[in-house]
Each structure stands twice: as structure tokens, then as C-alpha cells.
Design a protein around this ligand. Sequence first.
Ligand code: AMP
Length: 190
Amino acid sequence: MLNIVIFGAPGSGKGTQSARIVEKYGLDHISTGDVLRGEIAAGTELGKTAQQIIDKGNLIPDELMISILASRLDNLVDSNGVIFDGFPRTIAQAEALKVMLAERGQDVTAMIELDVPEDELMDRLLKRGQLSGRADDNEETIKKRLVVYAEQTSPLKEWYKNDGKHCYINGLGELDRIFADIVAAIDSKM
Ligand code: AMP
């Protein structure tokens, strides 16, 4: 079982690189942002709650996010492992993931940090907003998301270093070079 956490600020390329990792290693992809956007599109109660939080650039409460993730894991059939995209975003979520995987006799194999400077993140997200129409890709919400990332999510780098799983990747440059670095990092942890 290969369980990969793809990690980085909004706009760091997690979704793009996840697609390539899924193809190479045959993993299931769980993107918590996509799960929440699916709930919003379906107009569920969860979607309504999530939309208000996402539009402000804040994080969905840990308890809710952890239960959403647990149910996604329970629904996997014949899985070779999972790429976790957008989860964990807090230390409480990382601890919960460790427990959930341990209950299945598994662990995170590697945490891949995509490092991209803030001015580049802002550029990418504004461009993405124009193309995709994602409501949270506007300048005000992006700034808030970057603050939330710095305060609540980036401490996970230390957490995963202490757990022996952290792999640093320079997320600026050619997509092929970034992917090659990711593959080398994953293979070194297998
Ligand atoms: P993403 O598509 O990963 O950028 O997620 C979009 C938004 O969904 C985030 O800005 C959060 O509001 C919410 N979200 C996604 N994943 C999580 C998570 N693991 N914990 C809390 N909120 C999340």
C-alpha cells in the first residue's frame, strides 16, 4: 500500500501533480476540496455549510473533515493506496489520518511538499479563477487562504519531518522536472 500526502499552499500544483502520480502508481485520489465542491454542486446540507466557509477562505472544522475522509476511505474497493490531496490541513487532521491508517495496518509512505513562492501562487490562482470560475479564486479570498495556510497548515511540515515522511520539492519550474523529483522522493520512501 502506497499512501501519499501531497502538500502545499493553494496553487502549488497539488491537483496537477496528483493526476500524474495517480497514473504512474495506480492510486485512488481523494481531494477533499473536490469532495466539498461536489457537495456544493449537489446542493446538500453539507455543501451549504461548506460553501459559506470556503467563500471566506477558512477551513472546514476538523471533526467534519475527518469524518468525511473516513467515509471516503471506507468506500474504497481493491485499493493500491491513496493520494491525499488537500488533507491533512491541520495537526489534528494529520493525527487522525495516522490513526485511521494504523487501524487498517497502514501508514503514510511519503509527504510531498510542493514549495512555491507567494507571488507566484497569487498569479497562478488569479489565472485559475479566470479559467475555472472557482469562486474562492479571487484576490481577497486567496490572501485569506494563504494566511490560513501559513498559520494552520504549514506547521505540518515539521510534524511530518518528525514522523520521517517529509520530502521537499521545488514546485517552481517545468512540470516534468517537478514530477521526476516527486517520483524520486516517493521511490526513496518505498
Ligand atoms: P482546495 O480545493 O484543496 O484548495 O480546498 C478548497 C477549500 O475547501 C479550502 O480553502 C477549505 O475551505 C476547504 N477544505 C478542503 N480541504 C480541507 C481540509 N482538509 N480541511 C479543512 N478545509 C478544507
